[in-house]
Design a protein around this ligand. Structure first.
Ligand code: HEM
Length: 371
């Protein structure tokens, strides 16, 4: 029997995942997608169940691609070991640790970047969104003995390694160099500042690398996506300009509508039945956040970007034990950066076609604007 999962290709998911995810939600909510080597879980209730049942769906997969590329880290761990790592690093990213940066320093960084824009027009991904995202992490960690550009370059290298499933030699070389150089810099510049956490130097290095791979591209894509969504939905932009509180609603709705991180990847610890399908023990499972966030059982008219929606929280930052460590900082960074940009440049408009791409990580390739 041909399953829907067997017809789904990575190319289609990368281009526009939503039609394929809607087909799966309707008729095959627990689907093996051979091309990904993964079981996709696409309905809201089932995605929530995966997050709640770490005993059935573990993050400490065996083997762990994440741990082998970055070194053992909190997202590749579970139970008491995971809690120990997360509890040690959580205080670095709370509102009390980073709130003053968001309200005082971030607007200055936004101004400096806007002042440096080429008056003929600019690609916001490279001239605004990426530098802000890197500097949020750099400043939160107090990692000041290297430039943000260097951290950005290492992040690209580390992500090249994470995407190199085929183990091709050139990407592997780039990733190894980025891992080695960033590791040395973190050891000198961040480890002493985080010594009070009680984590070993290796644990700090590996988890900072995790924050680079997970905590830079997402706020970057978030800044670009919210800006693009508001520029293409002028009534939503007018509502934000008329009511300060709507900027927050616009960001939350964007995270629901186009979730920058698509999945929580786990491994079954035993044969597990979900929505009438048995997933074998040891299988890799992706709880698809970007699908749960468009599940018509949970949301009214889910494909519509509607900043007035009042239907409760989405799952773009996941849930359960592995809920995003940087959620507060990430959300705040995106909101302040977008509001500041659109306040400073009221005539901002798109100056080219915008291609939004990616399945696991989704965002615009570039965002050309003029004003
Ligand atoms: C603003 C955009 C962001 C989005 C959409 C996002 C999304 C996510 C998601 C979906 C997860 C869970 C993955 C899973 O369940 O497998 C996660 C975990 C994580 N995120 Fe974020 N993230 C963002 C920003 C950040 C930032 C700024 C940091 C930097 C501190 C960060 C650090 C982490 C870490 C360390 C984890 C692992 C937590 C754990 O294993 O307990 N993220 N993020």
């Amino acid at each position: 029997m041909t399953t829907i999962g067997s017809t789904i290709t990575l190319a289609e998911l990368e281009h526009d995942p939503y039609p394929a995810l809607a087909r799966l939600r309707a008729d095959e909510p627990v689907a093996y997608v051979a091309e990904l080597g993964l079981w996709l879980i696409t309905r809201w209730d089932d995605v929530e169940y995966v997050h709640q049942r770490a005993d059935l769906f573990t993050s400490a997969t065996e083997p762990s691609w994440l741990n082998s590329v970055l070194g053992v880290n909190m997202l590749g761990s579970d139970g008491a070991e995971h809690r120990r790592l997360k509890d040690a690093l959580q205080p670095t990213f709370t509102p009390s640790a980073t709130g003053a940066w968001v309200t005082d320093r971030l607007p200055q960084i936004c101004d400096e970047l806007i002042d440096a824009f080429d008056p003929a027009g600019t690609d916001l991904m490279t001239s605004y969104a990426e530098p802000i995202a890197v500097r949020a992490l750099q400043d939160a960690l107090g990692w000041h003995d290297v430039s943000w550009q260097q951290i950005g370059e290492w992040t690209r290298g580390v992500c090249t390694g994470l995407a190199n499933f085929a183990n091709d030699p050139e990407p592997a070389r780039i990733a190894a160099m980025a891992n080695a150089e960033s590791g040395e810099s973190i050891r000198g510049g961040v480890v002493p500042r985080l010594a009070h956490t009680g984590l070993s130097p290796d644990e700090i290095v590996n988890n900072v690398r995790l924050c680079m791979s997970g905590g830079i591209n997402e706020p970057r894509d978030g800044i670009a996506l919210v800006t693009w969504a508001l520029l293409t939905h002028p009534e939503a932009l007018r509502a934000c300009r008329a009511d300060e509180g709507m900027w927050r609603s616009a960001c939350e709705e964007l995270f629901r509508w186009i979730s920058p991180v698509a999945t929580s990847t786990r491994q079954t610890t035993s044969d597990t039945e979900l929505a009438g399908t048995t997933i074998p023990s040891g299988a890799l499972v992706a709880a698809v956040l970007s699908s749960a966030n468009r599940d018509e059982r949970r949301w009214t008219d889910p494909d519509r970007f509607d900043i007035h929606r009042k239907e409760g929280p989405h799952l773009a930052f996941a849930a359960g034990a592995h809920v995003c460590l940087g959620a507060w900082l990430g959300r705040s960074t995106v909101r302040v950066a977008v509001q500041h940009l659109l306040d400073r440049l009221p005539g901002l408009d798109l100056a080219g076609k915008v291609d939004i791409r990616g399945f696991e990580f989704r965002g615009p390739l570039r965002l050309d604007v003029g004003w």
